[in-house]
Write a protein of this length. Structure first.
Length: 257
């Protein structure tokens, strides 16, 4: 299932990008890709040890910041660190996600429902609230929310996840309207199933996950994190300078079925 990593153009040279949920999986891949393309990256997560290790591996272009995306004071402090270190920001990627929970509206507790909504949707609100004032006007600044193909098509016993990700898609559209005059682009990116540690909450190994989920995608396999990261880097770059208020499906054709 491994795929050859493509060489990256320096599309993000001199840019400063903040990535939530950067400790592993898609977030870690996005942080690495942004550094590969020339950006300075703030790697944000609750897992301090993991982001410190990631930032060390990425070198001087990376800064680890521990924060809780569901807590406004924590997020304000994180972005104050960015202001003091860099003075401004060109990109925000909100990738943080709660652990997968199976259940209908009858099965889920109120606490479980709120956790999903708080991490995915309130987290995006808080990250944006403190990131946007640091984005210079008309500097091709960009916001990318990592949503899901399940924002478009539903699956069983995933009501909280589907609702939260659908909310992200529409939050991006509403923000795109509000901030277009400032030259800030806002989009969402909806992956299909991706070979990350998150899948190991549901499957014993990634091979089993691919065998079960791959056939649901037209391309017959699940994605690799680098494939999602490359698309996120595109949306952050000047190559996407006329794209705002849209959701980009990177789902191997899952949602077409």
């Amino acid at each position: 299932m491994s795929m050859k990593r493509h060489s990256s153009p320096m599309r993000l040279a001199g840019r400063i990008v903040f990535v939530t949920g950067a400790a592993s999986g898609i977030g870690g891949a996005i942080a690495r890709r942004c550094v590969d393309e020339g950006a300075s990256v703030i790697c944000a997560d609750q897992s301090e040890d993991a982001i410190v290790d990631l930032a060390k591996g990425l070198g001087s272009q990376a800064l680890a910041v521990r924060c809780d995306v569901t807590d406004g004071h924590s997020m304000e402090r994180a972005f104050e660190t960015v202001r003091q270190r860099f003075g401004h920001l060109h990109g925000l990627v909100h990738n943080a996600a709660a652990p997968s929970l199976d259940g209908t509206v009858v099965d889920l507790s109120e606490e479980q429902w709120r956790r999903e909504i708080d991490v995915s949707l309130t987290g995006a609100f808080l990250a944006s609230k403190f990131a946007l004032p640091l984005m210079p006007p008309n500097a091709n600044a960009a916001v990318v929310f990592i949503a899901s193909q399940l924002a478009h098509v539903a699956t069983g016993k995933a009501v909280a996840y589907c609702a939260a990700k659908a909310g992200l898609v529409h939050l991006a559209k509403a923000m795109a309207v509000d901030h277009a005059a400032d030259g800030i682009r806002v989009n969402s990116l909806s992956p299909g199933a991706v070979a990350t540690p998150r899948l190991l909450q549901r499957f014993p190994d990634l091979g089993t996950a691919d065998a079960a989920l791959g056939p649901k995608h037209l391309l017959g396999r699940i994605a690799q994190p680098d494939e999602i990261a490359g698309t996120a880097a595109f949306l952050l770059s000047a190559d996407a300078s006329f794209i705002t208020g849209t959701d980009l499906l990177v789902d191997g054709g899952y949602a077409t079925r």
